[in-house]
Design a protein around this ligand. Structure first.
Ligand code: SF4
Length: 354
């Protein structure tokens, strides 16, 4: 590196003292537990979306003990709408491990934090740096962008060689003092100044020696991984509603997309209503009305799901359905975790105009 190791950090901290974001709820009462919850919620999700979820979550589960002792359904209920539900399941599992293996005290080394489910190297470092003030280098998407530009590091960020080079730079720049502020500062710089398109280099505290800026090519860095082709899947969802307005939901398997969440029964595209009813053990004479609503598309990271809603109104509720995990819930009064698609289908069950 062609600058003193502290110079970058010193300029960044001076900039952050004036311009940094300092009012996030997780910056108040900054404990390792609260930093952990925030860091997990912030993965793949915008700050403005996370804030109300964070407030509700820590109000209900103020510490690791409460979270470990909670019902997974309630954890996922508070996660409903935030997406990437494996994060919620892993938080719950990790809280149990912290109770059993760390005596209820959140671990304070990157290695121990990284050993918990759902926590990668950069997130572990962010928790240790911000929760304990211990020196640890982070490398999230914002930091990758800043460092790749500052040092004109080429090569796809998906390649090990590029990542290794960026990790070395991240480590070299991380100061021993004020590491929590520095961690927030470099994330803030990437989020507000060194943004993906049209970075505001004039406002940047390191612009004087930024190599990408000198070459007038900041947007060349970091090089993106080649895009994968996006696939489209299609499923039929049966929204079965009893005469009192209660809706039939079943729990999804613990792993995979929407793992552990509840949803109106999801079946293959075009699954005939008769076949579904027979498999579910719902006698045809209980069915009052069947109505297919418009198909809508839900986007995941790597694929789209086309949802075919079919609303089935019953004249009376069957004694039981052939589905071990099935439950009847009222659309506005339940404590189960629903995916965004399930929440929309259930909410529309009273008036399926979509
Ligand atoms: S000078 Fe521009 S490109 Fe370089 S780090 Fe600052 S904002 Fe990013």
């Amino acid at each position: 590196m062609n600058e003193p190791a502290t110079s970058f950090a010193r300029r960044l901290l001076a900039w952050w003292d004036v311009n940094g974001r300092k009012h996030f709820p997780w910056q108040r009462e900054r404990t390792p537990y609260r930093v952990w919850i925030a860091e997990i919620m912030l993965q793949q999700t915008q700050v403005s979306t996370v804030e109300p979820y964070f407030e509700r979550f820590v109000a209900r589960f103020p510490d690791v003990r409460t979270l470990a002792g909670a019902d997974l359904d309630e954890v996922l209920h508070l996660w409903s709408g935030l997406g990437y539900y494996a994060r919620g399941r892993n938080l719950h599992r990790a809280a149990g491990i912290v109770m059993r293996e760390h005596g209820g005290v959140f671990p304070d080394t990157v290695e121990a934090v990284q050993a918990l489910p759902g926590i990668g190297r950069s997130t572990a470092a962010a928790i240790v740096a911000q929760g304990y003030g211990r020196r640890a280098a982070i490398l999230d998407a914002n930091v990758k962008r800043v460092l790749a530009r500052r040092h004109s590091v080429g090569g796809s960020v998906a390649s090990t060689a590029t990542l290794d080079a960026l990790w070395r730079l991240a480590d070299a720049h991380t100061p021993a003092e004020r590491v929590a502020d520095y961690t927030q500062a470099i994330m803030d710089l990437g989020a507000t100044v060194c943004v993906r398109r049209r970075p505001r280099c004039q406002q940047c505290p390191v612009h004087a020696d930024c190599q990408a800026r000198a070459a007038r090519s900041p947007e060349r860095y970091p090089e993106r991984a080649p895009r994968r082709t996006r696939r489209v899947e299609r499923s039929r969802f049966f929204v079965v509603v009893d005469p009192q307005g209660a809706c039939l939901v079943e729990q999804r398997p613990p792993r995979g997309i929407w793992g552990g969440l509840w949803s109106p029964p999801q079946r293959g595209a075009g699954e005939p209503v008769d076949a579904f009813l027979e498999a579910a053990g719902i006698a045809p004479d209980l069915v009052g009305q069947v109505r297919a609503a418009d198909v809508f598309r839900h986007g995941f990271t790597h694929f789209d799901l086309d949802v075919e809603p079919v609303y089935v109104r019953l004249t009376s509720r069957p004694a039981q359905v052939h589905e071990t995990t099935a439950r009847w819930i009222h659309p506005r009064d339940h404590r189960l975790g629903l995916s965004k698609v399930a929440a929309r289908l259930v909410a529309d069950s009273g008036d399926p105009t979509g």
